[in-house]
Design a protein around this ligand. Structure first.
Ligand SMILES: Nc1ncnc2c1ncn2[C@@H]1O[C@H](COP(=O)(O)OP(=O)(O)O)[C@@H](O)[C@H]1O
Ligand SMILES: CC(=O)N[C@@H](CCC(=O)OP(=O)(O)O)C(=O)O
Length: 259
């Protein structure tokens, strides 16, 4: 079993072969647990509805109006689109959000005064995921969470949600699929993908500005989950052929984040 986070930046562009690769892995009992984003689709719908939107360090400022759109787009549109694509590849998938079965419990982030109804994960109902897997399905998770009282919804960054799911399931590996070939750094005027980075190097790159925007929640989620059972987080480009099986087989691809 492994956790795969799939970013909204790359979802529409993922080739059919990506989903066929997932089916092969499922057949080999290497079950993907998918957590997806959908940031660009949320921004599109917000703009069509004339609702302004803004990001602070990769997190969307969220009020009730924004949250309605986040839930509609993530749990409705994107979640079902992914489930359909997996099913068309011949594999079995069940789509749920963090609301269903209290899958993702959340609390307000530390800078809630800045970003509003954005959540950090406090608990993941891992038994529910294990149950879905036991039935032969791969779980496809939309990152909307619920407060401990079960009433308040939170918008959770998909990277953050994926890291928490990986930690609570105790998987060895999380694969983050995005639209860049890994963490990049300009060295002597040339942009290069770093094959391996440590927590210390990441912190330095955030301070220097080499890591910014949407890459920040990814590396923060990676740092958080590699403190526990997860031994590595790999950031890869979804357009690379058979990227998931190659990472699983240990190919040198993308950026590996290790302790
Ligand atoms: N050092 C870095 N290396 C690669 N990408 C980076 C870096 N720092 C920031 N980024 C940005 O992070 C983006 C990926 O994050 P994001 O757009 O949120 O993707 P996703 O939708 O997959 O979560 C890249 O497209 C790039 O613009
Ligand atoms: C709090 C926060 O920023 N939530 C994200 C949730 C979706 C997401 O993370 O999508 P990507 O993986 O495509 O970026 C948002 O509202 O865009």
């Amino acid at each position: 079993m492994f956790v795969m986070k799939c970013g909204g930046s790359t979802l529409a562009a993922l080739p059919n072969s990506f989903f066929e690769d997932m089916k092969r892995l499922q057949d080999e009992q290497i079950i993907p647990v998918i957590v997806h984003g959908g940031g660009p689709a949320i921004s599109d719908t917000l703009s069509k509805l004339g609702i302004e939107t803004e990001f602070v360090n990769g997190l969307r400022k969220t009020n009730e109006a924004v949250l309605n759109v986040v839930e509609m787009v993530l749990s409705g549109q994107i979640n079902k689109e992914i489930v359909r694509k997996i099913q068309l590849a011949g594999a079995k998938a069940i789509g749920i959000s963090g609301v269903d079965g209290h899958l993702i419990q959340a609390e307000p982030v530390a800078n809630a005064d800045e970003v509003g109804l954005v959540g950090d994960v406090t608990h993941v109902n891992a038994e529910l995921l294990q149950g879905i897997i036991k039935l032969g399905y791969m779980p496809v998770i939309a990152p909307v969470g619920l407060g401990a009282d079960g009433g308040q919804r939170y918008n959770i960054n998909a990277d953050t949600a994926a890291g928490a799911v990986a930690s609570h399931l105790g998987v060895e590996r999380m694969i983050v699929v995005t639209d860049v070939p890994g963490i990049m750094k300009t060295i002597n005027g040339e942009k290069k993908v770093l094959p391996l980075v440590t927590v210390q190097e990441i912190n330095e790159m955030i301070t220097s500005g080499d890591i910014y925007g949407g890459m920040i929640p990814k590396v923060r989620a990676a740092i958080q989950c590699i403190q526990g059972k997860v031994s590595e987080v790999v950031i890869v480009n979804g357009a690379e052929p058979e990227v998931l099986s190659r990472v699983i087989k240990g190919a040198e691809i993308g950026t590996r984040i290790v302790r």
